[in-house]
Design a protein. Structure first.
Lengths: 100, 649
């Protein structure tokens, strides 16, 4: 039986990698993948805790997160493709049309 | 039966009709509603006059206007002998002047506007004199002031006329400010604004003092002087007389109606109406007498040197109003009102006759007139009648009232009686002098105008052969007024001349009768003195302006100092310009405009959006457009919130 805190540490590490990847990497696709990492870290957390307290609501919530993440990935990638067609780059520093 | 209500309401109706329909529908028939209304008012006045003479007094409240706690102001009417006299004066003069104006204003662009304002004025004046409380008096008082402003500035395209209107309005503010406080003081003291209870309880406040601006002052004196303050403004007495001569920018019928016969006499009416209050304060009475006498003499001396036909008569009005105040100040209210009554006729006549002259020669400058006698025979005749009446020549109505005033001043118990008598007698010399100077320069000698005519050829209006008498619609009112100027005073012939002094007897219930001390011999000699002096004035005018026509100029050169002072009206306008107008403008420009407005108000108004703009300009930089910066903020925010939750648990 794997103890709960192992899962928690794994989740924390994956989430930290996701945050770092999102903030440090410049390629939009990589940033996207980082977001997925963060979401999955949350999923690990949800499922392990759900199991720990013997409550299925956490697992249901994890399914929701997976479904939303799938939709988000579809829309996000569509945006990235549209952006790439216009700017011919996937480098995030070169996309700053919203500058104030 | 409240058919006396028609007296003020008919002119109001005419005003409403004219202001609504005059421009589009009535146009050059705009005089009909106004003339019919004012003649109707006159007829109603005449129909109730016998009742009033028989001793009936109408005093009733018709409508509760303002009710607030113990304060109760109503619209109510009082017709007693004093009001009746004023009604006769106002409706008679107004009727004749309205008719005259039909001819005088014929073809003017603002014809309907003129008659609308004239009707509104008549309404306000009638409300002023018919009110039975101080608030209604105040309503009428401000109403006539407003109409005066409208009508002085009638030719508003002309800057001088617009300025004169403003001047009249602003100068009257000074007086009305005091008047307004006076009305407040009356309410504070008596708890009501109705004449009857106020005057009935007036004796109760004798000797009481009140703390006013930190000083303990005698209550009756304070109230009387505050009311007199309003009278000084409205009746153009020193030191607020400056607006009246400038008011001559208005059309001549306006000068005759508002600035000679009716509105300017409202001050005298006020003092006479409030005589129970004035009688309580010897100081206030003396002030009234001295102010009146000083103004009278002051204005009379200015009138001698002026060259504008209407301004001369305006100063004459000032002077006569001063005489009326002089009479009130020595307690002879009946004499003051009597002079008001006779003055209305001969002064309205003088103005209208002057208007007839102006109508004929198109100038106001008497130096450009002369020899008009043969062109304007009717105008000349009525002018002379008015001048004889104004000058106090025996037999004419002005004589009886003026003599009554001078004798009252001499015989009264007033401490300043003898002083104001001497000043009044001096005025009796100057009045015929300037009036006949005006006549001789205007109607006698040779025509001095026409300079423009020579320059522009024979089709100019200024040529001598174009001068013609005014139309009948103007001359008939002149002749009727001339009858009034001669005969109006016959109702008040003093007992010493075989009359019954009916006028004073009629007013006795309202204004009482002063106790005189003086013998018949004294009365005869006072009368003889003032009459002789008046005749000397005429004689001197004839000598200077008919015989030795070069002498006036020499005199002016010899006494150039005095002449210059008189010609420039004692530099009062300049004095006010430097002491009041300029400092006010300076404060307006340098303090109110430069500091309050520009710095403070605009500072706040522009500063608030300015600082918001500055702040958002700085805040804008946060929006870099880089997704990762937003990410950092989000992460930092999440960490911050988690930390907060953990630490504050």
């Amino acid at each position: 039986m794997v103890p709960l805190h192992w899962y928690m540490v794994l989740s924390m590490v994956v989430f930290a990698i996701g945050v770092f990847g999102f903030l440090a990497r410049k390629n939009i696709i990589i940033m996207f993948m980082s977001i997925e990492l963060m979401l999955n870290a949350v999923n690990i957390n949800l499922i392990s805790l759900s199991h720990y307290i013997q409550d299925l609501r956490g697992q249901i919530l994890a399914f929701f997160v997976i479904a939303v993440a799938a939709a988000e990935a579809a829309i996000g990638l569509a945006i990235v493709i549209a952006l790439f067609r216009n700017k011919a780059t996937a480098h995030v520093d070169e996309i700053k049309e919203m500058q104030g | 039966m409240k058919y006396y209500l028609l007296i003020p309401l008919l002119p109001l109706l005419a005003f409403i009709i004219n202001i609504l329909l005059g421009k589009e529908v009535l146009r050059d028939k705009a005089h009909w509603p106004s003339v019919l209304a004012v003649v109707g008012s006159w007829l109603v006045t005449m129909s109730i006059l016998p009742d009033i003479i028989a001793g009936k007094v109408i005093n009733e409240d018709l409508y509760s206007w303002i009710v607030s706690g113990t304060f109760n102001a109503s619209v109510g009417f009082l017709i007693d002998p004093l009001t009746a006299v004023m009604l006769v004066v106002v409706t008679t003069c107004a009727s004749l002047i309205h008719i005259y104006a039909v001819g005088y204003m014929h073809g003017d662009d603002g014809y309907y506007r003129f008659f609308a304002y004239l009707s509104l004025f008549t309404f306000c004046m009638l409300m002023l004199i018919m009110g039975n409380n101080f608030l209604q008096l105040y309503f009428g008082w401000e109403g006539v002031g407003l109409c005066s402003y409208f009508l002085i500035g009638y030719y508003f395209n002309k800057k001088s006329a617009a300025d004169a209107g403003k001047k009249a309005f602003i100068v009257n503010r000074f007086g009305d400010f005091g008047f307004g406080i006076g009305v407040f003081m009356i309410f504070l003291t008596f708890g009501t604004l109705h004449y009857a209870p106020v005057f009935a309880n007036a004796a109760g406040i004798a000797g009481k003092t009140v703390n006013f601006l930190g000083w303990n002052v005698d209550l009756p004196t304070l109230i009387a002087l505050l009311l007199f303050c309003g009278a000084v403004g409205k009746s153009a007495q020193l030191p607020l007389h400056v607006w009246l001569p400038d008011a001559m920018e208005g059309p001549t019928p306006v000068s005759a109606l508002i600035h000679a016969a009716t509105m300017v006499t409202a001050g005298v009416f006020l003092v006479a109406r409030c005589n129970p209050i004035f009688n309580l304060s010897e100081f206030a009475m003396s002030t009234v007498a001295i102010v009146g006498a000083t103004t009278s003499l002051f204005a009379a001396t200015i009138a001698i040197t002026q060259n504008d036909i209407k301004r001369i008569i305006a100063y004459s009005t000032c002077s006569h109003l001063g005489l009326m105040f002089l009479a009130c100040g020595v307690g002879a209210y009946a004499a003051g009102i009597f002079h008001l009554y006779t003055h209305a006729f001969f002064k309205a006549l003088l103005f209208l006759a002057a208007g007839s002259v102006i109508h004929a020669v198109h100038t106001n400058d008497i130096q450009e007139m002369g020899g008009l006698k043969k062109y304007l025979p009717i105008t000349y005749a009525v002018f002379v009648i008015a001048a004889l009446s104004a000058g106090g020549v025996p037999g004419f109505s002005g004589f009886f009232s003026k003599d009554e005033i001078i004798w009252s001043a001499y015989a009264s118990h007033s401490p300043v009686g003898k002083l104001v008598w001497a000043m009044g007698t001096a005025v009796a010399f100057f009045t015929p002098l300037y009036t006949f100077r005006l006549i001789f320069l205007t109607f006698h000698g040779t025509f001095r105008g026409g300079h423009h005519g020579e320059a522009h050829g024979h089709d100019s209006h200024h040529g001598e052969h174009h001068i013609h008498e005014s139309p009948k619609v103007m001359t008939i009112p002149l002749m009727l007024l001339a009858v009034g100027a001669v005969a109006a005073g016959w109702v008040g012939i003093p007992p010493i001349l075989g009359g019954g002094a009916h006028f004073a007897e009629f007013l006795k219930p309202v204004v009482g009768h002063p106790e005189f001390h003086g013998t018949h011999a004294e009365e005869w000699s006072v009368m003889a003195l003032s009459t002789t002096i008046a005749l000397c004035g005429i004689g001197l005018a004839a000598f200077l302006y008919l015989r030795k026509t070069d002498l006036p100029e020499k005199i002016a050169k010899t006494f150039s100092g005095i002449y210059t002072i008189l010609y420039n009206k004692y530099y009062i306008d300049e004095l006010y310009n430097y002491t009041i107008v300029k400092p006010t403008l300076w404060i307006a420009n340098k303090v109110v405009l430069a500091i309050t407005d520009t710095k403070i108000i605009e500072g706040v108004v522009n500063g608030v959006p300015g600082s918001i703009g500055w702040f958002s300009e700085k805040l804008r930089k946060v929006q870099t457009g880089l997704a990762q910066h937003y990410g950092i903020f989000m992460a930092a925010g999440a960490v911050f919130i988690v930390a907060l939750v953990l630490l504050l648990r």
